[in-house]
Design a binder for this molecule. Structure first.
Ligand SMILES: NC(=O)c1ccc[n+]([C@@H]2O[C@H](COP(=O)([O-])OP(=O)(O)OC[C@H]3O[C@@H](n4cnc5c(N)ncnc54)[C@H](O)[C@@H]3O)[C@@H](O)[C@H]2O)c1
Length: 378
């Protein structure tokens, strides 16, 4: 049986050992920044045979293998060459956002399970095509949200499910980066042709997954969004000529069950934070402190409520991150789902709602008005 959460593994930790009698044949598509984390974890897994990697840029995949001590693994240029020439059980799609859908769909059409980096993709048309290919193939797609394996993130869901907050009617998402347009190894995040979406897709997707997963992924209905690019296009910004995405995005989202979300995200702004994330309930409110980096909670969650006329605050004790790290568990849960027949640890059936909000904010911003969110029937 596949396990989807850290708790599932903890329950039978004593008995849990990796069955090495069955090897999972894995490929990695795209050998840039995040692929380094994928290969590091795959090389630790005793039940993985890393078969091949691919990258469009000449020599990049070879250098990547050398750096990670994995010379001998086969190298291809494109995702198609890799998938056409090797018999694989699974691939990690570690390409820039605009190549997520073509790579994932091609893998699924060839019977290969997919660990797809976040965000799921760029447009709702792509999301629909990925889910259709997934359904047709009978394989799984899991989206690369490693914060799901952080126990403090999991606490948000536990608190919501406990009923302590009462009816949740509004969520305010805070955070954002003061200065943090990501150009660590090039400009693939900020060019339209490769990134597709800017801060909205890059870190907005994490902020949304944190609260939507906590809430059990309610369905979004309508959104009014706005995006700007004042920092990316600033006269003194060195990449202004290639900058083609948003560096700031906001959205007011109406969801089912009388819930609204005030969503905002930024790669750059002239303030240290747009505040903490707040889940507002009729019995209590939950404050999730904004963190300097994504996917972690660096300070305790706080619960606010009244006992009679007295305002009470409860500090939720912090839990330690798993010693193997959250990335290990992102890969481990995916591999177990592949070996034991699913379900995907982070399924597309949930993340399509996240994608619908991201794509909806972008679309609404372009049109300058609120739009209806249509979730396709797959
Ligand atoms: N989960 C995380 O913590 C995390 C962190 C960083 C980035 N990401 C995500 O990972 C993805 C990649 O980010 P990155 O920083 O590694 O980007 P990157 O630009 O450093 O690397 C992407 C690589 O993919 C290659 N590529 C693109 N299309 C290809 C194709 N069809 N076939 C073969 N190679 C192809 C490019 O040549 C490039 O080398 C992005 O979607 C990003 O959002 C996730």
């Amino acid at each position: 049986m596949a396990k989807n959460t850290l708790d599932d593994y903890k329950k039978d930790q004593k008995d849990y050992s990796i069955d090495t009698s069955k090897k999972v044949r894995v490929g990695i598509i795209g050998t840039g920044w995040i692929a380094g984390d994928h290969i590091r974890e795959y090389l630790k897994m005793p039940d993985v045979e890393l078969v091949a990697v691919a990258d469009l840029i000449d020599g990049k995949a070879e250098a990547f293998l050398k750096k990670n001590g994995a010379e001998g693994v086969k190298v291809y240029r494109t995702h198609k060459e890799l998938i056409d020439n090797e018999k694989l059980d699974a691939v990690s799609v570690c390409t820039y956002n605009m190549q997520h859908a073509p790579c994932a769909i091609y893998a699924l059409e060839h019977g290969v399970n997919v660990l797809l980096e976040k965000p799921m993709c760029v447009t709702m048309e792509e999301a629909e095509a990925i889910m259709k290919a997934e359904k047709k193939s009978g394989k799984i797609v899991s989206i690369g949200f490693q914060p799901r394996f952080n126990p403090n993130m999991q606490m948000i869901k536990k608190i919501v499910e406990s009923g302590e907050l009462g009816k949740i009617y509004h969520i305010i998402i805070g955070g954002g980066r003061r200065r943090g347009i990501p150009t660590p190894y090039g400009t693939t995040f900020i060019e339209k042709e490769t990134g597709g979406l800017g801060a909205l897709g890059d870190i907005g997707c994490y902020a949304l997954d944190m609260v939507l997963n906590g809430m059990g992924y309610p369905k979004p209905l309508r959104v009014s969004g706005r995006t700007t690019d004042y920092f990316g296009k600033a006269d003194d910004y060195k990449y202004k000529d290639v900058f083609g995405v948003d560096d700031f995005a906001i959205g007011f989202v109406r969801l089912e069950n009388d819930l609204t979300i005030d969503f905002k995200t930024a790669w750059a702004m002239n303030v240290d934070s747009m505040g903490d994330t707040i889940i507002m309930g009729t019995k209590a409110g939950l404050k999730i402190p904004s963190s300097g980096h994504w996917g972690s909670i660096d300070a305790p969650l706080k619960l606010y409520r009244n006992i009679g006329d007295t305002a009470v605050e409860t500090v939720i004790p912090m839990s330690k991150e798993p010693e193997e790290g959250v990335f290990y568990w992102k890969i481990r849960t995916f591999l177990d789902a592949v070996k034991y027949g699913g379900p995907a640890p982070v399924p597309t059936s949930q993340v399509i709602y996240n994608q619908a909000i991201l794509s909806g904010v972008a679309e609404s911003a372009k049109l300058g008005k609120e739009i209806e969110i249509v979730i396709p029937e797959i």
